[in-house]
Design a protein around this ligand. Structure first.
Ligand code: ASP
Length: 388
């Protein structure tokens, strides 16, 4: 029986490494860059249509004919079995970055590479899946949310807690769900697909290296729950022909310095950290509770912060709390606002970091415009709340 191709969407999966693509090596699990990952996927009946599989008599050991695209490797297209009762399926290609990495090695340069690949291939695919390690997956999702804000196709970031090469891997489900979201569902935007949920791309954080539910979005519910029934946020944007905004090239020098406030923190400790990074253009202060930090005269913090804002460094306060929410409730918070320090409301660290890199990488914006844009939600990354 021939399958209705009009019900088939095309997705591009960009492989970056991480646990999902890891193999057992003598030195422990490592995201080795071989075709084993593709061979495993090609064999899986939920990820490869049985008809396509038997028709071409492909086995695990069959040769894989790859194409070099620049320095990256493109694997042959695979087609899923039907993913819904209407017979929708997904044709997908895996484009492996020339360097597979543990996601703790990710930098803004890798984000530039991933973003350029999505951007260059925008017209050729209906959706995109980024396969990543989980450690910095939430940062990658957050930066893609800003770079592709308002664009009319889905970009999904996923990974696994157990490699596809190991028993009980959660990667199979995460990959299948990702293809379903990127290729079948009618929604657009950046999301993290993990453990049968789609979380808002700029709202999530990794909360467990052990649980299959590795990510949570502490301040907003999941966008989509992929249970027996699919339940979702009805305000989700639909796919559209809206192209991505012009691609912003992120600075690859360190531009954002993250400072954790702790008992005994002083202005000179803060300045020592910032002075060590001559290219610093923004600071994230992870403060206590609703945005408090020591500000009495003798610890010098206020003077240091004033000096930094005068040097046109964006200074942002977020909360160390697991469920963050910064608002100028206490006198300290109001003092900070009065010197030009910006409240991060309920931003996660990942989203604050991504938003700041995105802002400081836009040379046409003045300092004032960057400050204003920081306080304006761009992709639903925060709820602006006066708290009073
Ligand atoms: N260290 C791994 C990584 O982030 C962890 C994982 O993928 O789960 O690449």
């Amino acid at each position: 029986m021939t399958r209705d191709k009009s019900l088939r969407r095309k997705c591009l999966c960009i492989g970056t490494g991480g646990t999902i693509a890891s193999e057992v090596t003598r030195g422990g699990l490592a995201p080795t860059r071989t075709d084993l990952f593709f061979r495993r996927i090609r064999q899986h009946p939920s990820l490869t249509s049985p008809s396509e599989f038997t028709d071409s008599s492909v086995s695990f050991d069959s040769p894989v004919h790859t194409t070099l695209v620049g320095r990256n490797t493109l694997f042959p297209a695979l087609i899923t079995p039907d993913l819904d009762d209407e017979g929708r399926s997904v044709e997908y290609e895996i484009l492996d970055l020339d360097r597979h990495m543990d996601s703790s090695e990710m930098t803004p340069s890798e984000w530039n590479t991933i973003a350029s690949l999505v951007y260059e291939n925008w017209d050729a695919y209906d959706g995109f899946v980024i396969l990543s390690g989980t450690d910095t997956l939430a940062y990658t999702a957050a930066i893609l949310s800003f770079l592709f804000h308002s664009a009319g196709k889905p970009i999904v970031v996923t990974g696994a807690q157990i490699p596809l090469s190991r028993p009980r891997s959660d990667g199979w489900t995460n990959l299948l769900d990702s293809l379903f979201v990127a290729g079948v569902l009618p929604y657009a935007g950046v999301g993290i697909v993990f453990n049968h949920q789609v979380l808002h791309g700029s709202r999530a954080t990794k909360t467990s290296p052990n649980l299959f539910a590795a990510f949570t979005s502490p301040c907003v519910p999941a966008l989509i729950n992929l249970n027996v029934k699919i339940t979702l946020d009805t305000a989700l944007p639909l796919r559209s022909t809206t192209p991505p905004p012009p691609l912003i090239h992120l600075h690859s020098d360190p531009t954002v310095v993250a400072v954790h406030i702790y008992p005994g923190m002083t202005g000179s400790l803060l300045e020592a950290q910032v002075d060590a990074v001559p290219t610093c253009r923004a600071i994230i202060l992870s403060a206590y509770g609703s945005g408090n930090l020591p500000l009495d005269e003798k610890n010098g913090m206020l003077v240091s912060l004033k000096r930094l804002v005068e040097r046109e460094v964006l200074v942002v306060v977020i909360s160390q709390c697991a469920i963050p929410n910064v608002y100028p409730l206490y006198a300290q918070g109001r003092t900070l606002l009065s010197i030009g320090v910006l409240p991060g409301y309920d931003l996660t660290h990942e989203a604050a970091f991504a938003k700041l890199i995105w802002l400081v990488s836009q040379p046409k914006l003045t300092f004032k415009e960057k400050q204003e844009l920081f306080e304006t939600p761009v992709v639903g990354e925060m709820s602006v709340d006066s708290g009073v």
